[in-house]
Design a protein around this ligand. Structure first.
Ligand code: PLP
Length: 425
């Protein structure tokens, strides 16, 4: 039983290097977070050894008495966090990832060839909402709605028109890159008008929903899917909820297993239970509030006149979620250059296409900047103001930016907010 360092020094070095990278940089990729140590512990535990095809109490393998408890806790806690007032709520916590949860949702709600209607990928939708190379685009007949070309907001009149024109079987609400809240009641009304099922993918904003800082799609959607690793800050994985167990519960369960997956990752299921336990607490709500506050601070700074003069602006003029979409169409920097400059300064963000982006997808004219990971690291208003200032300086000065000076300011922040203190991989 050799240690990792003895058995495989090359992989040990990767783990070490990644811990150092996470400690010494500012993580602002909107879909990332830092899991608590309890989650690292569960994921690195002996539960990884166990096969548990089936569901608690109805497994196809013996010896599931312990993992059954973990899955039952994860289900009960997910329901308590997202729908304590909904008596017919059902949760499936087995999806390995968000994409797998979404594959199962479509499998349950539609048949191959059925029409689905979601936000276009180019306007902030997700691959699994109908991108042509994804299973969703290959198996289903895809129609898309876009954001309003002037305001860059999801415009419910455009959604209504698209729904009336295409008469989809499933309407998808949800996004990967959009800085505002959606009007779930209006989605419901449109779905009812055209006889569609409403599926909300809350992967990005689920943590805000759990904290009561964002409207919940759960009471009005037929089905809601999510990841656990973005704003929630739990293990890399997915889950599915429905307010209507009688109609969708069995269909969803059988779409996950045996429809999409074999044995669930029980170490991840146990880690999900931990994440949902944390999500019910006050510290979690405080973290989500700081996440939102941080995004607002970044958006405010990046809409100031000095940035406007440098051709930098923020899509929709601000944010009411955990991310800001920077518009670089009029800047000397493209998305790739801006991402690289910030990376050199020690700030990790991702380039992102803006709607109707004139540049190719590998370059883009935008950035997506998120605050969940830094809020988890402990940042509050003062630190987010400093981060916003560093980003503003780099984007304003462009190729002439003093990246070393920016990097030194980043180092002060990372040193003041140690990450995983004492942890050695
Ligand atoms: N749904 C949305 C809205 C997402 O943004 C993402 C991830 O980026 C996913 C689903 C997929 O999650 P995963 O990467 O876990 O498959």
């Amino acid at each position: 039983n050799a240690s990792l360092a003895e058995l495989d020094p090359e992989i040990a070095a990767v783990l070490d290097g990644e811990l150092t990278r996470q400690r010494e940089t500012l993580e602002m990729i909107a879909s990332e977070n830092f899991v608590p140590r309890a989650v690292l512990q569960a994921q690195g535990s002996v539960l990884t050894n166990k096969y548990a095809e089936g569901y608690p109490g109805r497994r196809y393998y013996g010896g599931c008495e312990q993992v059954d408890i973990a899955e039952e806790l994860a289900i009960a806690r997910a329901k308590a966090v997202f729908g304590p007032e909904l008596p017919d709520m059902h949760a499936n916590v087995q999806p390995h990832s968000g994409a797998q949860a979404n594959a199962a949702v479509l499998h349950a709600l539609a048949k191959p060839g059925d029409k689905i209607l979601g936000l276009s990928l180019a306007h902030g939708g997700h691959l699994t909402h109908g991108m042509k190379l994804n299973f969703s685009g290959k198996l289903y007949d895809v129609a898309a709605y876009g954001v309003n070309p002037e305001t860059h907001l999801v415009d419910m009149e455009l959604v209504r028109q698209a729904a009336r024109e295409h008469r989809p079987k499933v309407i998808i609400a949800g996004w990967s890159a959009y800085p505002r809240q959606l009007d779930f009641a209006a989605f419901r009304e449109i779905a009812d008008e055209v006889g569609a099922h409403l599926w909300t993918d809350m992967a990005h904003f689920a943590g805000l929903v759990a904290a009561g800082l964002h409207p919940s799609p759960v009471p009005v959607s037929d089905v809601v899917s999510s990841t656990v690793h973005k704003t929630i800050g739990g293990p890399r994985s997915g889950f599915i909820l429905t307010r209507d167990k009688a109609t969708w519960g069995k269909k969803l369960d059988s779409a996950v297993f045996p429809g999409q997956q074999g044995g669930p990752l029980m170490h991840a299921v146990a880690a999900k239970a931990i994440a949902f336990k944390i999500a019910a607490g006050e510290e979690f709500a405080d973290r989500q509030a700081r996440t939102l506050e941080g995004a607002r601070i970044v958006a405010d700074r990046l809409t100031a006149p000095d940035l406007a003069q440098a051709g930098v602006s923020v899509l929709t003029g601000g944010t009411d979620v955990h991310l800001v979409l920077v518009d670089l169409r009029h800047s000397e920097l493209d998305g790739k250059q801006a991402e690289d400059l910030l990376h050199a300064a020690g700030i990790t963000v991702n380039r992102n296409a803006v709607p109707n982006d004139p540049r190719p997808p590998m370059v883009t004219s935008g950035l997506r900047i998120g605050t969940p990971a830094l809020a988890t690291r402990g940042f509050g208003a003062a630190e987010f103001a400093e981060v916003a200032e560093i980003i503003a300086t780099v984007l304003r000065e462009g190729a002439a930016a003093d990246v070393e000076a920016a990097r030194a300011r980043v180092a002060t922040l990372t040193e003041n907010f140690p990450l995983y203190s004492g942890l050695a991989q």
